[in-house]
Write a protein of this length. Structure first.
Length: 406
């Protein structure tokens, strides 16, 4: 960081976290509105839906690969500058997508947008963790990610509606427009001199070789994969097992989104009060109990709607507790670990969706809930093994330290 950055006064950490949350909302809108416009984009370009669906795949791959690499390459740059750069890249890519004439060009600019997002979200969480009081770290991380989960609620219907009313170009134009106030907020309200321990490519390499740390990071993939085993085909379950029409399907997805937002905030509170490890264990147990019910549909609507809300709330409560746990494992490499955690999110979504497809092909729709419950049990075993490895390493360090003191 430059001397000028170091000399700037620090603002209220809560104000900075609110700005970081707004930035993540913009990133989330740029992601989830694209999910909603896929059918309209396919019709407008006269291509199969599977072809336009590739925009989601290329974004996920570019983010998963790019996030830890880009965060490591920019480890010695001031965090405010990195946030500005990430937002600028995301905004320019979104603007280019708004004027792109064909699907091939969209693939390129969506990969570029993912590179910008791959800087913003992990850096924002690292900053939130660094500036917040330790006793409120879970809540600070939850509120930083609140923007992303809120965008999930708004983005899916917004993408479908805007593309139907104004064309698919308008969806990407919205993403570009939202980056402008975020750039202004970061440039004028986020102070210079935010102190986060710098990381580098050697730090990334060392983290990737650290079995204990990577075992903890990959719990994110295991847990999110569990959710997406069922969520990937939730609309099909709603229409074919619950007998829902378009309105009831939309209501269910909205309830799921609201549950996700609630769970994100609740998870931060639980992480601060119970600790990240007990919170994660409890949430795994909750998913083991909840998910198999999806194999017993139909349920009465008066039972099913609260069930969906509780499922989403418990499912998405894990984010803050997992981030707090990862920060505690190796504070010196917080930035790169959180970037790897962001990559693990997309790996989990892709893995859960792929497993769901295999279950659906082999065993049918009614097996999804039971399969998701089994995946939740596997995630719990992963978590317990990871915690045990972490505790064993900590005990080894303590014995070594005690021996050196003698």
């Amino acid at each position: 960081m430059s001397a000028a950055e170091d000399a700037a006064p620090a603002p209220s950490w809560m104000a900075v976290v609110a700005i970081l949350s707004a930035c993540n909302f913009t990133i989330g809108i740029g992601v989830f509105t694209v999910v909603g416009l896929i059918p309209n984009l396919a019709a407008a370009l006269d291509v199969p839906v599977t072809a336009t669906g590739g925009l989601l795949t290329i974004y996920a791959l570019a983010y998963a690969v790019g996030s830890p690499v880009l965060v490591s390459l920019t480890g010695h740059v001031g965090r405010r500058r990195v946030l500005l750069a990430g937002l600028a890249i995301f905004g320019v890519a979104s603007a280019l997508a708004a004027v792109m004439p064909n699907l091939g060009g969209l693939f390129g600019v969506r990969a570029l947008a993912a590179a910008g997002a791959a800087l913003v979200t992990p850096v924002s969480t690292a900053v939130a963790a660094a500036i917040s009081p330790q006793a409120r770290r879970g809540r600070a991380l939850a509120f930083t990610m609140f923007g992303l989960t809120a965008a999930q609620v708004a983005g899916l219907p917004a993408g479908a509606w805007i593309s139907a009313q104004f064309g698919w170009h308008a969806v990407f134009a919205l993403g570009a427009a939202l980056t402008v106030p975020c750039l202004w907020l970061v440039a004028t309200r986020v102070p210079r001199g935010l102190r986060v321990r710098p990381v580098s490519l050697p730090d990334l390499g060392a983290t990737l070789r650290d079995g204990v740390t990577m075992g903890a990071v990959l719990f994110t993939s295991a847990y999110l994969g569990t959710i997406y085993v069922a969520f990937t085909h939730l609309p099909t379950l709603l229409t074919e097992r619950m007998g829902f029409g378009t309105g009831a399907v939309s209501l269910t997805l909205t309830l799921f989104g609201l549950g996700s937002v609630t769970g994100n905030l609740l998870g931060g509170l639980l992480a601060d009060r119970l600790g990240p490890k007990p919170t994660s264990v409890a949430l795994c147990l909750g998913q083991i109990l909840i998910l198999p019910w999806l194999s017993g549909l139909p349920l009465p609507a008066a039972v099913f709607f609260p069930f969906v809300f509780v499922w989403a709330m418990t499912g998405w409560s894990f984010i803050a507790s997992q981030q707090v746990r990862l920060i505690g494992i190796d504070p010196a490499r917080t930035s790169v670990i959180l970037a790897l955690n962001s990559s693990a999110i997309f790996i989990g979504i892709a893995g859960g969706s792929a497993f769901a497809g295999a279950v659906l092909t082999r065993f049918g729709l009614d097996a999804l809930g039971a399969a998701a419950g089994c995946a939740a049990f596997a995630a719990l075993l992963h978590l317990l093994a990871s915690i045990r490895a972490e505790n064993l390493r900590a005990a080894t360090y303590q014995r070594q330290s005690a021996g050196m003191k003698r």
